[in-house]
Each structure stands twice: as C-alpha cells, then as structure tokens.
Design a protein. Structure first.
Length: 193
C-alpha cells in the first residue's frame, strides 16, 4: 500500500472510513431494537402466563429466539451483500456477540439442567456485550444500558427474585430498546448531515 498520499487522496480515504463507520452504526441499531422487542414479548408472555397459572409460558423464549435468529440472519445477509466489505468494527462486534450467544446458551442449558432460574444470570451476562458495544461505539446510552443489565440482574438475583421477569423486561427496555432507538436517530441524523 502506498503511504504517500496527497491531501486529496487522504481526504477520500477519511471519507471512505467515515462512510464505513456510518454503515456499521446503521446495522447495529436494528439488532438492538429487534432483540429488545422480541425478548420483551417473550419475557412478558412468560410472566403473565405464570401469573395466570398457565403452563408453558417459557415457550415464548424459543419461539421469539428462533424468529429473531431468522430475521437477524436475513437482515445481516442482506446488509452484508450491500456493503461487500466488513470493517474492523464489524468483526469485533461479530466475535463479541458470537461469544455472548454461545455463553448465553450454555448458561441457560446449565441452569435449567440443575433446576435453577437462568433469568438473573442471563441479565448479568447481557450487560457485558452491551457495555462493550457502547464503549467501542462511544455511545453512552449503550454503556448505561449494559450497567442497567448488571444492576437489574443483581436485583433480580438477591433482592426481588420473584419479579425477575419484570426486571429483565425493564432491562431490555432501558438496555436495548431505548438505546436502539437513540442510535437509530443518531444514524438518521448522520445520514442527513
């Protein structure tokens, strides 16, 4: 690679990098809103079905998880074809969230196998990639969202375990949905600027 760029070439390189970063932002807000909404539905379904004495409220989780996986995969495939090139940030996010999903599944399976509720542990674990993503993007609402996942996870584990589903729902709203909406607004503002 030629490192002797004239000012015009340097400006074009910078503009290209900014465009790639903007595109990465665009793809990320979709996932926070998608997963926040779907998992909120699963959480509320489990909670209200449990309150009504109805069995199998937990079925919302695999249903919404499968639906979310399909929609996220389709969206990611379509966006990947549009962009053609994965940025460094794209790769970091992919590996952080892939490690999260694998660990999440192991925690859920392990907790269910020993007869324990996985909810508080899922909430605690979810804080990590949310916090990391917010830090990498320098987007404070996601950093705060990660901290709130940790806080609500601790409260549901030690203080208010009987309302763990509602606390997880609140964590989803404050940690995924609201930051996702704010990130989307920022993206839209960046695109129009």
């Amino acid at each position: 690679m030629d490192t002797n760029l004239n000012p015009e070439q340097g400006l074009k390189l910078i503009e290209s990098m900014i465009a790639q970063a903007k595109h990465s932002f665009q793809r990320i807000s979709f996932y926070f809103m998608l997963w926040g909404g779907l998992l909120l539905v699963a959480t509320l379904m489990e909670y209200f079905m449990g309150q009504a004495g109805m069995p199998n409220g937990w079925l919302g989780w695999p249903i919404m998880g499968t639906l979310g996986g399909i929609v996220a995969w389709m969206h990611g495939s379509r966006e990947g074809q549009k962009s053609g090139v994965a940025t460094f940030a794209d790769r970091v996010f992919m590996w952080v969230w892939m490690a999260f999903i694998i660990t999440l599944l192991l925690i859920i399976v392990s907790n269910v196998a020993v007869g324990s509720q996985p909810g508080p542990w899922v909430c605690l674990l979810t804080g990590m990639p949310t916090f990391i993503t917010g830090g990498i993007l320098r987007f404070r609402p996601l950093v705060v969202g990660g901290v709130l996942f940790w806080l609500f996870g601790m409260v549901s584990l030690f203080v208010w375990p009987e309302q763990g589903a509602l606390l997880f729902g609140l964590a989803l709203v404050t940690g995924y949905i609201i930051p996702g909406i704010l990130l989307k607004r920022q993206e839209d503002g960046v695109r129009t600027a």
